[in-house]
Design a protein. Structure first.
Length: 804
């Protein structure tokens, strides 16, 4: 009767898939337990209005402050999409004065990795989605290695290293990993287009291209597409046979697949491009391109991943961001990668190593590589430090080759000696690197932290750094011992392969497990406090959190985007790309300092007269203040409780009102300056950038009539107006293409007034005005995507019939 070994030998891909699936869920096993979730939402207990009722067992700043982006940028969007299904939410009125929802891309409404959040209990779905990302990444790397001719053990190791690297594990809560998880799949399918161009490889590459664009991180998608194109070029250049056999057909197949795959994602890409064209992001990121890399000192993280601490334990840097330099792939894969280059320095291995080194050089800003890449279109606005993931994949492939070499025919004695020397040298590198920065007096505590699973004390620099070296000492020594025993013939092939795989799993789980905390569900959910219920009663009026003033403040009032969970309308937000006028209004007028980063300016509001007037343009009636801050003088208190204070905005405007005068500004900047000038009568006069017929110019206005919101929904607003004469209805919601208006059923144009909000001319008398969000970009996107899907399915059908 066949045993499990023979069963696995007959089904290598299924066996690998089962191994990866088991390990993926094991990585997040704690979060799969009943009543627990994979989230750092307990961070929110640190800020107003929950800090006064924070549970005793919830740490200050939550269980991992490095991952709070997931709390602000992803979870609220997933929850909102889940609530709106089967409709796809297109507009988000809850943040930033209103802005596109689906078009921001990072909401990832159509990402396959968002599906668990739609079909499972939400807090259970987060661990499942994270496990699926690791599984997809690992299986793709395994199949890529098999396509390169690696045997089962080497390919299995390749998948382990890429799928469970510290990079993959630390990024699972971001949409970034939704894109990078598909990198090996894209390389694999590009390889198939190179080898045997035809309808099936075309369909596969097109589908994978579309899926990665739907992943929710456009910058990573751009980098992945460039990496795939580079992979194809390298493969063709490295192979004379491929160059000599109809290169045009191969190039056409690849190009057509990438174009068709992009068209498949048009439902996301076209709305995103529209939003990007109105944003400040490209300009701002290009200006900061010289800083878009990680410091070269983080190269030490290739060996010592915890040298700087980590947010889930005790960080030594603020603000630390382990995920940005999470380049650890375990000790043995590094040694196997070096062995692969020494034992069999073939052309393809040298090319893979060179690509990995160049990617790491770019990621760390090493000239001339970084300077060359930064000068290329697209890369000048990207976070190029994240190109290090290409290095991780390259090491994974090289490590697989190395394992294949060590489990295959014996190499010449000289090369084996060189491989041993190279591995020994690699083992010694971190000791030489940090020799003068280690305090051996901390050895006892460091041992307990490294291998006794003790938690280090905050700020225990000596213990944390020595512990990181002790981890390398044990795991690196074990890896070196395995290589030595195998190269000297004292360890059999099967035993070496099994022990190597087990050691890598142990090493990577030691590094990554626990970085994504498993917290109690009751700690992930914060209740609606009295202050929140007060703000809910004011809807559709907006609020804004004031800049904290207390000497030690750890969080702003109701962190940006979190208001979406409670159906509140927040004038702040943290959502890319940032609409340009909104960003400029915050940076130049509302924020405490104009030197703030454009992405973080809207975290909290200043309270200068101009800032309050600008907040009025965004419909802000209420100002939320931390309870620890001193009370404000001269402001009307609207709510004062144990959880927060809320003040009335003295410059508040109604959410909708009529004006009968306009001031025409010659430019956008002039419009912003005019409408935020001291004593400007925004309640009765609108600032326009082109004259609106029928509305007199000047500031000597009189009562124009009344306006009332009768229905306010995400993508549909209905108002009733009663105008004394022809007037301009002003709605304090952001202007953006795609909004349409009608007066008594007749379509009318929407004007951008007061720099960034909406205005509609209305006749004298009583009328019903309707606003509808019907973006042409969405309609064009789903039509193009549907046509691309038909083409891909057709190609797949033709391919299957040929192989039948």
């Amino acid at each position: 009767m066949p045993g499990p070994t023979s069963w696995a030998a007959r089904r290598p891909t299924l066996t690998a898939a089962l191994v990866y699936l088991l390990l993926s869920f094991a990585m997040f096993a704690g979060a799969l337990a009943p009543g627990r979730t994979l989230s750092v939402s307990d961070y929110l207990w640190t800020g107003t209005p929950w800090d006064s009722s924070r549970p005793a067992d919830v740490p200050v700043l939550g269980s991992n402050r490095e991952q709070t982006d997931s709390v602000f940028m992803f979870q609220p969007f997933l929850q909102h999409t889940r609530a709106e299904l089967p409709d796809v939410p297109l507009w988000n009125p809850y943040i930033m004065g209103g802005r596109p929802f689906h078009a921001n891309s990072q909401s990832a409404t159509l990402s396959p990795f968002s599906v668990p959040a739609y079909v499972l209990p939400f807090w259970d779905s987060l661990a499942v989605a994270a496990a699926l990302k690791l599984f997809v990444a690992a299986l793709g790397a395994f199949l890529l290695a098999r396509a390169f001719g690696l045997r089962f053990a080497g390919a299995l190791l390749c998948g382990l290293v890429f799928g469970f690297s510290l990079w993959s594990v630390t990024w699972v809560s971001w949409t970034t990993m939704s894109v990078w998880a598909l990198l090996p799949w894209l390389c694999l399918l590009a390889e198939l287009c190179v080898r045997r161009p035809g309808p099936l490889p075309f369909a596969g590459l097109a589908a994978a291209t579309g899926l990665q664009f739907l992943g929710g991180h456009p910058s990573s998608s751009f980098q992945v597409m460039v990496a795939v194109a580079l992979f194809w070029v390298v493969r063709v250049v490295a192979s004379r046979r491929l160059r000599e056999h109809d290169l045009r057909l191969r190039l056409f197949t690849l190009g057509a697949a990438l174009v068709t795959g992009s068209a498949l994602a048009a439902i996301t890409l076209i709305p995103f491009v529209e939003l990007l064209s109105h944003s400040i992001d490209l300009k701002a990121r290009t200006a900061a391109a010289s800083d878009a890399h990680e410091p070269a000192r983080y190269l030490l993280g290739v060996f010592l991943h915890d040298w700087w601490g980590r947010g889930s334990r005790a960080p030594l840097e603020f603000a630390s961001a382990l995920e940005e330099h999470a380049w650890y792939v375990a000790a043995l894969p590094l040694m196997l990668a070096v062995s692969a280059l020494v034992l069999a320095p073939r052309r393809e291995r040298i090319v893979v190593a060179a690509v990995g080194l160049v990617a790491l050089a770019v990621a760390t800003g090493i000239p001339p590589f970084f300077d060359v890449v930064k000068a290329l279109p697209g890369f000048d606005a990207a976070r190029n430090g994240r190109l290090a993931v290409v290095s991780v994949l390259c090491v994974a492939v090289l490590a697989g080759w190395g394992l294949d070499d060590l489990t295959g025919a014996a190499a010449p004695e000289r090369r084996r000696r060189l491989a041993l020397a190279a591995c020994a040298l690699l083992f010694c590198v971190p000791f030489a690197w940090v020799a003068r920065r280690i305090d051996l007096d901390a050895l006892g505590d460091a041992l307990r932290v490294a291998w006794g699973f003790a938690e280090p004390e905050p700020g225990a620099v000596a213990e944390i750094r020595l512990a990181s070296l002790l981890e390398w000492l044990v795991l690196g020594a074990a890896a070196l011992l395995l290589v030595v025993l195998r190269l000297r013939g004292r360890l059999g092939t099967a035993a070496f392969a099994g022990l190597a795989l087990a050691l890598v799993v142990l090493d990577l789980f030691k590094a990554g497990m626990g970085y994504n905390p498993a917290i109690e569900e009751s700690h992930a959910v914060q209740p609606a406090t009295p202050a929140i219920r007060y703000l809910q009663e004011q809807r559709p009026a907006r609020f804004a959190g004031l800049r904290p003033e207390a000497p030690i403040t750890l969080a702003v009032p109701i962190s940006p985007n979190v208001a979406m969970r409670y159906g509140l309308y927040d004038a702040r937000g943290y959502d890319f790309p940032f609409e340009e006028r909104y960003a400029e209004l915050w940076r130049r007028v509302i924020a405490q300092s104009p030197d703030c980063n454009y992405a973080f300016c809207p975290e909290s509001a200043g309270r200068s007269p101009r800032a309050l007037q600008a907040l009025g343009l965004l419909g802000v009636t209420d100002l939320l203040q931390n309870r620890r801050d001193p009370p404000l003088r001269g402001f009307e208190v609207a709510y004062d409780g144990p959880d927060a204070r809320v003040y009335r905005n003295p410059s508040a405007l109604p959410r909708a009102f009529l004006v009968d005068r306009q001031v025409v500004a010659p430019s956008a900047e002039a419009a912003r300056d005019a409408v935020t000038a001291a004593n400007f009568p925004a309640r009765s006069v609108a600032v326009t950038e082109k004259r609106i017929p029928g509305i007199p110019e000047g500031t000597a206005a009189s009562a124009a009539g009344s306006a009332r919101i009768s229905s306010y929904r995400d993508e549909h607003v209905v108002l009733n107006t009663d105008a004394e004469r022809r007037a301009l209805l002003v709605l304090t919601d952001s202007w953006f293409p795609g909004w349409k208006a009608s007066v008594d059923g007749r379509d009318v144009p929407i004007e951008r007034v007061d720099y960034l909000i909406r205005g509609v001319p209305v006749p004298a008398g009583k009328h019903e005005v309707e606003f509808r969000y019907e973006p042409a970009s969405w309609r064009a996107g789903w039509i193009v995507s549907l046509l691309a899907l038909i083409a891909i399915l057709g190609a797949a059908g033709v391919g299957w019939r040929r192989h039948a």
